[in-house]
Design a protein around this ligand. Structure first.
Ligand code: FE2
Ligand code: FE2
Ligand code: FE2
Length: 167
């Protein structure tokens, strides 16, 4: 058993993962026609989010928006400069094409997130409000874009209809 600080981090990671898994499982249950099982997965997913948020608050994980943007910038930076490049290299060495593909798509998108967060932080620091515009996410690769969805995703080539508008 680790320190309580480590335990909070691992509980936060586990609850966060359980949330996503249950939402994916809910979609599958829905596709298979199991409506109430889908609802059960969504309810448990909701509860895991409550647990994740409670743990994260105790960890003092949520700061001011400017602190949070800095945390996001540093996390994205780590992902596309260190984590994914080494994961991609390892997947290549093992000849695991699917793993390489999913790492590669995420890697390219994290670089874009990094830039978007940096630009938001720059404006916030200058006291400039960000223009309100639409944001769209490619449901194949996660490519994230402001303004309008492109006709074709520049990262994975998916069509415009594969983009989801984010509130
Ligand atoms: Fe939980
Ligand atoms: Fe990201
Ligand atoms: Fe895409």
């Amino acid at each position: 058993m680790g320190s309580t600080k480590e335990n909070l981090e691992s509980a936060f990671a586990g609850e966060s993962q359980a949330n996503r898994k249950y939402l994916f499982f809910a979609d599958k249950a829905e596709q298979e026609g199991h409506k109430q099982i889908a609802r059960l997965f969504r309810a448990a997913a909701e509860a895991e989010t409550v647990h994740a948020r409670n743990h994260f608050r105790v960890m003092q994980g949520i700061g001011s928006t400017s602190d949070n943007l800095m945390a996001a910038i540093s996390g994205e930076n780590y992902e596309f400069t260190e984590m994914y490049p080494s994961f991609i290299e390892q997947a290549e060495a093992e000849g695991d094409k699917r793993a390489k593909g999913t790492f590669d798509m995420a890697n390219q998108v994290e670089r874009i997130h990094h830039a978007l967060f940096q630009s938001a932080l720059g404006k916030l620091e200058k006291g400039q409000a960000l223009d309100e515009k639409g944001m769209y996410v490619c449901q194949v690769c996660g490519y994230t874009v402001e303004g309008e969805a492109p006709d074709k995703c520049p990262i994975c080539g998916a069509a415009k209809r594969m983009f989801k508008a984010v509130e």
